[in-house]
Write a protein of this length. Structure first.
Length: 418
């Protein structure tokens, strides 16, 4: 393809480096024990049960003190033993002795009976308190679940909305309390988001038609003009230059539209063999790689993921094309591998190439960004390849990372969940 004519202009200092993007998806931290998560329901249950337990302990202490005081006041004998014979099956009393010794033995026996009664009262009260505490915790758990049921409904609706189902609504009934106010506010927010996304979808559809049609007409007119055998060499050269510019504009429009569409979640997911997708990307890039003297290699293991086959192929194709185009002039190579790992599939594209500073790696994912350049200014692409890759990976709930290779080049690693 002929290069675009260059135009001389005053040298300007390079623009400042853009800030590091912060919207790269990060892997979700999965708790090893989700049932230990301190939810509001568990905390309310502990609060209700703890308050009941403290109230029960205070009440038991008061009852024990009142009972001990009552037994102490009522345990004195209302009589005095002068002399006689007393028998008992529970107390160790003298068979026959003077009145004072017998009186002392009877008092000691009554004190022992009082202590036994208090111990029995305390043990039974503790057992009753333990049983009531268990019932209180169970009752508190049930009541907390009933009180927080609207929050669970709001959470489930938000989870469905996170899957790009913006037509869901909470529509919470019941009294006009704080939870219903929160649900109504959430419904209003969903209405605005739904209208915004619907407007975006219509805009993308209209832009597809309005932008593609004139470019297609221009391409047809230029091809017809180039096919004219009576055209002068200057006109032929001008037509080829305009055709290359038109083709570049078509690529830019397609990239922008794909970038806009891929920002949404992929709802219609099907099993896709990632190794087959990578193999097709390699086959499509083989001619270009051969022309540049770049070797394509790598072992691709069969691994299936849930996603959109066309978008997944775009991930692999953009990565392989970038690896081929940004390579060394001689003895370059691109290694494309796929492998299964626990819970995910991994696509790795490594290549030789120029040395990439670590601080510039994240900037490569920005639209229209290249290494040490700001806007489109070469014939290697329109600067949207890695931006599209990251958007499509995010739409599949995956992650993508880039690392500089020792000696030059990059290692792009895409992780997609099963």
């Amino acid at each position: 393809m002929p290069s675009l004519p260059s135009f001389s202009k005053a040298a300007t200092p390079p623009p400042p480096m853009p800030p590091k993007p912060t919207w790269d998806p990060r892997p979700v931290n999965v708790r090893p024990f989700p049932w230990l998560r301190p939810t509001i329901r568990i905390r309310l249950t502990l609060l209700y049960g703890g308050m009941f337990l403290m109230a029960g302990i205070v009440l038991l202490t008061i009852i024990y003190m009142l009972a001990a005081d009552a037994l102490h006041d009522g345990s004195a004998l209302p009589l005095r033993i002068i002399v006689g014979k007393v028998e008992s099956t529970t107390c160790d009393l003298p068979a026959q002795t003077s009145g004072e010794l017998l009186q002392e033995a009877v008092n000691h026996c009554l004190q022992q009976q009082r202590a036994d009664a208090l111990n029995s009262l305390l043990n039974r009260s503790l057992l009753a308190l333990l049983g009531l505490t268990i019932v209180a915790f169970a009752f508190g758990y049930a009541m907390a679940g009933r009180v927080l049921a609207p929050l669970g409904r709001i959470t489930r609706t938000a989870q469905r909305v996170a899957g790009s189902d913006l037509h869901r609504r909470i529509e919470l009934g019941g009294p006009d309390d704080e939870l219903k106010e929160l649900a109504d506010t959430f419904d209003e927010m969903l209405d605005r988001l739904d209208r915004a996304f619907e407007s975006q979808r219509r805009f993308v559809a209209n832009a597809s038609h309005e932008l593609r049609t004139p470019l297609a007409i221009n391409r047809t007119l230029l091809e017809v003009q180039l096919a004219d055998p009576e055209a002068t060499p200057e006109l032929q050269q001008l037509g080829k230059t305009l055709l290359a510019t038109n083709e570049r504009s078509e690529q830019l429009v397609e990239g922008l539209l794909l970038l806009a569409r891929s920002e949404n979640k992929v709802v219609d997911k099907r099993p896709v063999d990632l190794s087959e997708v990578a193999a097709q990307a390699v086959d499509q890039s083989r001619e270009e790689a051969h022309a540049k003297g770049v070797e394509l290699r790598g072992v691709r293991q069969q691994v299936f993921v849930q996603g959109n086959g066309v978008l997944l192929e775009r991930i692999a194709l953009n990565l392989v094309q970038n690896a081929v185009r940004y390579n060394v002039p001689e003895d370059g190579w691109v290694e494309v591998t796929t492998e299964p790992q626990p819970g995910c599939a991994v696509l790795v594209v490594a290549n030789t190439g120029p040395v990439v500073p670590a601080y510039e790696v994240e900037n490569l994912f920005e639209p229209f960004r290249r290494l040490r350049t700001e806007r489109t200014g070469s014939d290697k692409g329109v600067g949207l390849g890695l931006s599209i890759v990251r958007s499509v990976v995010r739409a599949h709930d995956g992650t993508i990372t880039a690392e500089p290779r020792e000696g030059g080049g990059l290692v792009m690693r895409v992780v997609l969940p099963f």
